[in-house]
Design a binder for this molecule. Sequence first.
Ligand code: SF4
Length: 137
Amino acid sequence: MGLIRLCRKKSPWLIHFNTGGCAGCDIELVAALTPRYDLERFGIQLRGSPRHADILVVTGPITRQAKDRIIRIYEQMPEPKSVIAIGSCPASGSVYHDCYNVVWPLDKHVPVSAYVPGCPPKPEAMIYGILKVLGKV
Ligand code: SF4
């Protein structure tokens, strides 16, 4: 079991969930995954299934509709697992702050290991947040 945990820490896989924000954070996250910023050098890859993912990356405002999906994705992920909230939207609602259907912050619904602030944050900040969660920096 210890070996499996070590391997997963050395090669964590991400699943990305966009709640329907402006897509600014998503563009920056995609940039972080490209060879320019090269997130893969840390063994980090984007995956499509929550059952294969170690870290859930959430972008966009937490709407009532998205909240239930985030909880479902989180419950499908194997232990140990982490959640990283990218951008100001999951933390404070950002430009969607006062919308009737936005229920921020994200940690009211699932445990969050790190918030990466910014609107949108730079790819460097996202990489720093992910590595911070992994205890690599
Ligand atoms: S934090 Fe800013 S850039 Fe990111 S999804 Fe929200 S409004 Fe868009």
